[in-house]
Design a protein around this ligand. Structure first.
Ligand code: ATP
Ligand code: MG
Length: 430
């Protein structure tokens, strides 16, 4: 058995090959039948002729419809006219399933394609995105293993909120109300005291009630924590990680990026170091960019889009004012009180935030004050408090939305296409 990719690489030219896959396109002239077949490695044109197969067989093949499954055998020839440059001349075949009709035809709307996602995932566009996604997941892990981090896991059923109550998914746990994890951060902080440098890839759940281009209710969260790291140390690992992932995608998935019509020069340009801007510096730029933001305003998706069109690399925005971050765990900068030792990484071309991170409060007194200020009960966070009671150390971490990263790398319109089975406010099927 051969793969279509082997044919496309030229190594089977002039030889007999057997491939199996699905009908991608078919047209017939009565005496000739052209079937473009796809497998996971590509598409190739095959041709059957009445002359060599006879009347019955050519009729049977001509009656096939899109996505029917089959295997074919025959000699491979170079053929400049067919897409990909090769053609297989069918001498024998086997049909596994003949379809009556395939529900996806041209010009279907977005909602229909989401309803029929289980079939739409076979499209060349989705297949390309999923191959890139696979590379991104691997590259993230490889990068952190190479940096001496350990991979670990936190629970998804939890009783402490990390990101504030408004996006919590509540869950009945044998009569007790708990929730789904919004982040694995606090558990990574626990593991950090044993392993010093840790990362995880896990789903995070957020009850995002509005429909945006960049929010899912279940997304894949790649997070890391490192002992002894200051905010700037963490940012240095992150920018090298982003550069590494993009290099890997460019190396392994050029064909897929081109299929998605991605401008490769935009990605080739992504090299560390990335620019850094304090939130206060950013606000001073606003008049120049014709934006009406002022110190103390939060940056939402629209604001980030307007800001990041001015950059051709990702940009770190640091030192957000305490008042606009809804989370309690960031450490305040002792040199500029009222500002946090934290950062967001905003992707260029209008994509916006892909990472949120920073230095964590590690002093017990500071943590207790913050919990109080955010009306949180220290009892609920007893184990998080213990980390600051016993052998606390300075440390930093971050969370990267992998689906958001893929959304940007692929240059997609909506994040929903970056994940196989998107979950949004009104979608839990398929
Ligand atoms: P946003 O302001 O866009 O809602 P956030 O500040 O809530 O993001 P964090 O809590 O810092 O995000 O989470 C870390 C990372 O997780 C984000 O930078 C983003 O990449 C990703 N992320 C957060 N919420 C979502 C979501 N609903 N869908 C997909 N990715 C998300
Ligand atoms: Mg959010």
């Amino acid at each position: 058995m051969n793969r279509i990719g082997e044919i496309l690489s030229g190594s089977l030219t002039g030889k007999q090959a057997e491939i199996r896959g699905w009908v991608y396109r078919i047209r017939s002239s009565g005496s000739l039948c052209f079937i473009v077949i796809r497998d996971s490695s590509g598409i190739v044109q095959t041709v059957a002729s009445k002359e060599s197969l006879g009347d019955m067989k050519i009729k049977e093949l001509s009656g096939l419809t899109i996505e029917s499954s089959l295997s074919v055998t025959g000699v491979v020839k170079e053929d400049k006219r067919s897409a990909g440059g090769y053609e297989l001349q069918i001498s024998d075949y086997r049909i596994f399933q003949r379809n009556d009709n395939y529900p996806i035809t041209k010009d279907k709307g977005e909602e229909f394609l989401l309803d029929i996602r289980h079939l739409w995932l076979r499209s060349r566009e989705m297949t390309s995105i999923m191959k890139i996604r696979s590379t991104v997941f691997r590259a993230f892990s490889d990068f952190f293993y190479n940096e001496g981090y350990y991979q670990t896991q936190g629970p998804m059923m939890v009783s402490t909120a990390t990101e504030g109550g408004s996006t919590l998914f509540k869950l009945d746990f044998f009569g007790e109300e708990i929730s789904l994890a919004q982040s694995s951060q606090f558990y990574l902080e626990v593991m950090m005291f044993a392993l010093e440098k840790v990362f995880t890839i896990a789903p995070s759940f957020r009850a995002e009630k509005s429909r945006t281009r960049r929010h899912l209710t279940e997304y894949w969260h790649a997070e890391a924590e490192a002992a002894w790291y200051a905010n700037e140390d963490m940012m240095r690992d992150e920018e090298r990680m982003i550069e590494y992932i993009i290099r890997e995608v460019l190396e392994r998935n050029k064909e897929e990026l081109l299929m998605l019509k991605r401008d490769l020069s935009k990605l080739e340009n992504i090299r560390a170091p990335f620019p850094r801007m304090r939130y206060s510096e950013l606000m001073q730029k606003m008049p120049e960019w014709g934006l009406g933001l002022k110190y103390g305003d939060d940056l939402g998706a629209d604001e980030e889009r307007a800001i990041t069109v001015h950059f051709d690399k990702p940009v770190f925005v640091t030192h957000y004012p305490v008042a606009i971050k809804p989370t309690f765990y960031h450490r305040e900068d002792p040199e500029t009180p009222g500002e946090l030792l934290c950062h967001d990484l905003l992707a260029p071309e209008g994509y916006g935030e892909i990472i949120g991170g920073g230095e964590r409060i590690w002093n017990l007194k500071e943590l207790k004050e913050k919990l109080k200020r955010y009306n949180l009960n220290p009892e609920d966070y007893y184990w998080y408090v213990d980390l600051r009671t016993y052998g606390s150390v300075p440390h930093s971490g971050f969370g990267l939305g992998l689906d958001r990263l893929i959304w940007w790398i692929c240059g997609l319109d909506t994040i929903r296409d970056a994940i196989p089975f998107p979950r949004t406010i009104r979608r839990t099927r398929p």
